[in-house]
Design a protein around this ligand. Structure first.
Ligand SMILES: C[S@@+](CC[C@H](N)C(=O)[O-])C[C@H]1O[C@@H](n2cnc3c(N)ncnc32)[C@H](O)[C@@H]1O
Length: 208
């Protein structure tokens, strides 16, 4: 089982704004008429809400009932519909080719390579040909990775550019592989490391 984000315990004020990538992604996907969107690990649903307000048909999955209730409430308050599913993404069934785009932001980190492979296979099946996946992947430049034991380093999913190219061989990499840093407040929320510096790759991928 993956680490489950504890919405009751963690600060959530910084999670109440849609992520900056949403503006670019929504413009891009709407310009290609890619409107069926799956948000995996949607959290409080603010990114889902952003897409729904732009006219996407959004399905949002999260394992936390607190988060899903929050997502339902903000959709209602804003007069849009989000198809929310409360459950473990590994156990939810998606139709083959059901989605034009899949959004997976900041849920990948604590898993093993095997689990991430399973997740990506599931996403790939659920995407139409030419569909796109936006995903954040933690970087080997993160302090957390550098402080791991050799065993953990071998099994976790922190990556570098070469790893990304190999791991996502079924996808064309659409954007420049961009490395970013989660800002300090975010890191202290995650309590990953005392002076945490979590770097991650922000990837836009097209199914071949
Ligand atoms: C750090 S939050 C990120 C939320 C949102 N994607 C964002 O970028 O603001 C991670 C979310 O992933 C969810 N999650 C973790 N494991 C999951 C799983 N196996 N199935 C569904 N959701 C999961 C957690 O409950 C949590 O809401």
């Amino acid at each position: 089982m993956w680490n489950i984000w504890n919405w009751m315990k963690n600060e959530k004020d910084i999670m109440l704004q849609p992520s900056t990538e949403c503006a670019y992604l929504s413009e891009r996907w709407l310009s290609y008429d890619k409107k069926n969107l799956l948000d995996i690990g949607c959290g409080l649903g603010v990114n889902s809400l952003y897409f729904a307000l732009k006219g996407f048909n959004v399905t949002a999955v999260d394992i936390s009932d607190y988060a899903i209730k929050y997502a339902n409430d903000i959709a209602k308050q804003n007069g849009v519909h989000i198809n929310t599913i409360c459950g473990d993404v590994f156990k939810v069934n998606f139709e083959d080719g059901e989605y034009d785009c899949v959004f997976v932001r900041n849920i990948v980190g604590a898993q093993t390579k095997k689990e991430l492979k399973e997740l990506i296979e599931k996403i790939t099946k659920s995407l139409r040909s030419g569909g796109e996946l936006y995903i954040t992947i933690p970087s080997k430049n993160s302090k957390e990775y550098q402080n791991m034991t050799a065993y953990k380093k071998a099994h976790n999913i922190f990556m570098n550019v070469e790893d990304i190219k190999k791991f996502f061989a079924d996808y064309e990499i659409v954007n420049d592989i961009e490395e970013k840093i989660f800002y300090d407040k975010y890191c202290s929320v995650e309590k990953v490391h005392e002076d945490c510096k979590t770097y991650y790759f922000s990837l836009l991928l097209k199914k071949k």
